[in-house]
Design a protein around this ligand. Structure first.
Ligand SMILES: Cc1cc2nc3c(=O)[nH]c(=O)nc-3n(C[C@H](O)[C@H](O)[C@H](O)COP(=O)(O)OP(=O)(O)OC[C@H]3O[C@@H](n4cnc5c(N)ncnc54)[C@H](O)[C@@H]3O)c2cc1C
Length: 583
């Protein structure tokens, strides 16, 4: 039995744990990751990488590799509702509604203005190998697949964990200063006394992963295509491209069936159902997996218990609507990485780690609730068309005939439904859910201002430099090089951004960098300053005067701001850093 000492032990090599490993490596934090499976996920699962996640990947040098494999926005920027995929009947292949979604079509300009990188689509089955490659490259020999955490104890100033090598059964002991549970909630949280709270899961969904050549029938360009079967409520489902090619060339697919009893189909019995629902009786189908899973809406009562921290599905579980699950987990890891680094090397007090829960748990709460509400609302859309899940066979066809009827009444039915579909912007155009989450308390110094009012559908994002919010993106230029304001901060450094008259703040920040041993980049933006405001975007969002200053954390969230100059900039910044770093 070997014994290892390590600052951080990550349990779980899913999207959250592997991202945490990459982020910690970039922070210079020595760590081990253990994952019980021999390899990354064999199922596609999450597939939408939202704009904030892509910004984080950009900060950590992952975005090029992700984009090399991901579907570009043109290939997925819509959601569609239709009757069947194929068939020649009067109700086959009828488009019910289509809307721009997740930054596609008419939304593109709004998303492009909001951040330096657009959302992408890359299922976990392809994303996780990229994350694993980067994790291993940045932390060679310490990303251990085929190793399972079997127990641990929190000894107050460290954790002692037992890890079993799956192949040999050998058990090693690992002493870590902190243990990060990114294990999907399977063991670490419950063993640390953390409880996932929420109503019992009620709805069973059956997901089928399969390969088939649908190129003749598939209309590319959607993230999700919902089928509202004219015949059978059981055959209402959504179909999602899972790559590795995109559009008509896509080889692998996921079908999420409407709620129904677990075990209703297996890999054989589901094949005729797939053929029936797609309207393709002779389709060659290879089923990879049929899974039943219960939709949960759960949130951990704590994100930290002593030396144990949790992130990702270990901390929150929600319906897949809106694609917030994995994204929230990656963003948890990003929030935590710089804090762990600062605490481990003594630049910050342990209290900085408490701000992880103070900041991320309210975001987890909001994202779980948002996903539940979007999923419930989607049922209302189906009802508006007249073919909700509970509408039985026999009636469905009549309802769809009424929907497509060319008569004035048919026109009214469609107009009503269109208005309902428009209200689904909160389900698939919620840019502000992706990049507008913010922290009211935590590693920040509030300035007494109120947050900007949020659009109820979250389809409008109002950038702000108010402490706790993500730094607004604007393009800036220096020596002919264009970069985003977001590039000024992180992964390991703070950024102090001022206007052209902010030199006293910059000097004070340089002295603070020495005093607190934290890297701080300074940047004056504006006419005649270090950086030009490339297209006036920064002036529109900075909310400070030319002599004001904004301190940005390594995770690109604003920590503090001053609307103008200050008689004692050094003393003011010293107080700010003391508070932020729990010194
Ligand atoms: C059908 C479906 C569609 C989805 N679509 C989206 C989407 O579009 N966008 C989105 O953001 N989210 C989506 N999600 C949610 C997403 O899949 C999850 O939120 C995500 O997988 C969570 O990642 P994680 O790393 O936290 O946990 P997991 O992926 O569950 O990874 C945890 C890992 O920990 C390992 N582990 C567990 N216990 C131990 C142990 N004792 N020792 C060692 N290893 C251990 C497990 O083997 C596993 O690999 C979807 C989910 C489903 C089911």
């Amino acid at each position: 039995m070997a014994e290892t000492e390590i600052p951080v032990l990550i349990v779980g090599g899913g999207g959250c744990g592997l991202s945490a490993s990459v982020f910690l490596s970039d922070q210079g934090v020595d760590h081990l990751l253990v994952e019980r499976h021999p390899d990354t996920s064999s199922l596609p699962k999450a597939h939408y990488l939202n704009q904030r996640t892509m910004e984080i990947f950009r900060q950590h040098g992952l975005v090029e590799d992700v984009l090399a494999e991901a579907a570009p926005l043109e290939k997925f920027g819509k959601v569609r509702w239709q009757t069947t995929l194929a068939g020649d009947g009067p109700l086959d292949r009828r488009l019910i509604h289509e809307m721009d979604a997740f930054g596609g079509g008419g939304l593109r300009e709004r998303y492009a203005a909001a951040g330096p990188v657009l959302p992408a689509k890359l299922p976990q089955i392809w994303l996780e190998p990229i994350l694993r490659r980067h994790a291993e490259r940045r932390n060679p020999g310490r990303i251990l697949f085929g190793r399972e955490l079997i127990g641990f104890s929190d000894e107050g100033d460290h954790v002692v964990a037992q890890v079993r090598e799956m192949e040999t059964g050998r058990v090693d002991t690992i002493r870590a200063r902190y243990l990060l549970g990114a294990d999907g909630g399977r063991m670490v949280g419950p063993a640390a006394g953390i409880e996932l709270q929420g109503p019992p899961g009620e709805v069973n969904t059956t997901t089928v992963y399969f390969s088939a050549d649908l190129s003749q029938w598939w209309e590319e360009g959607t993230l999700i295509t919902h089928f509202l079967s004219p015949e059978d409520p059981d055959l209402s489902c959504n179909l999602i491209e899972m790559g590795p090619s995109w559009g008509k060339d896509c080889e692998q697919w996921a079908l999420h069936f409407a709620p129904g009893p677990p075990g209703r189909w297996n890999a054989e019995t589901v094949v005729p159902r797939i053929r029936e629902l797609l309207g393709l009786p002779d389709l060659e189908v290879t089923v990879h997996k049929v899974t039943d899973w219960v939709v949960h809406s759960l949130l951990a009562d704590r994100y930290r218990a002593g030396r144990v921290l949790i992130a990702g599905d270990a901390a929150h579980r929600q319906p897949p609507a809106v694609g917030l699950g994995l994204n929230t987990g990656i963003q948890d890891a990003h929030n935590l990485a710089w804090k762990l680094a600062a605490v481990l090397d003594g630049r910050a007090g342990d209290g900085l780690l408490d701000t992880y829960e103070a900041e991320r748990r309210p975001v987890g709460r909001e994202n779980v609730d948002w996903a539940v509400s979007a999923a419930v609302h989607h049922q209302a859309l189906l009802d508006a068309v007249g073919v909700g899940h509970r509408v039985p066979a026999g009636i469905r066809r009549r309802r769809l005939e009424a929907y497509f009827d060319p008569s004035p009444l048919g026109e009214t039915v469609r107009a009503r439904a269109r208005e309902m579909f428009h209200t689904h912007r909160g389900g698939c155009q919620a840019l502000d859910m992706e990049i507008g989450f913010h922290y009211e308390e935590g590693a920040l110094v509030p300035d007494g201002s109120r947050p900007p009012a949020r659009a109820p559908m979250r389809d409008v994002h109002r950038p702000t430099t108010r402490p706790g919010h993500r730094l607004p993106h604007a393009w800036i230029e220096r020596d002919g090089r264009r970069l985003s304001t977001l590039d000024l901060a992180g992964p390991t450094r703070f950024a102090l951004i001022t206007g052209p008259e902010g030199t006293p703040w910059c000097r004070a920040a340089e002295r603070m960098a020495e005093k607190f041993s934290v890297p701080v980049a300074t940047a004056r933006i504006g006419d005649g300053a270090d950086y030009a405001d490339a297209d006036g975007g920064w002036a529109a969002v900075r909310e400070i005067a030319d002599a004001g200053a904004i301190l940005v954390r390594p995770d690109q969230h604003v920590a503090w701001r001053s609307p103008g100059g200050d008689a004692e900039p050094e003393q003011t910044l010293a107080e700010v850093f003391t508070a932020l770093l729990d010194r």
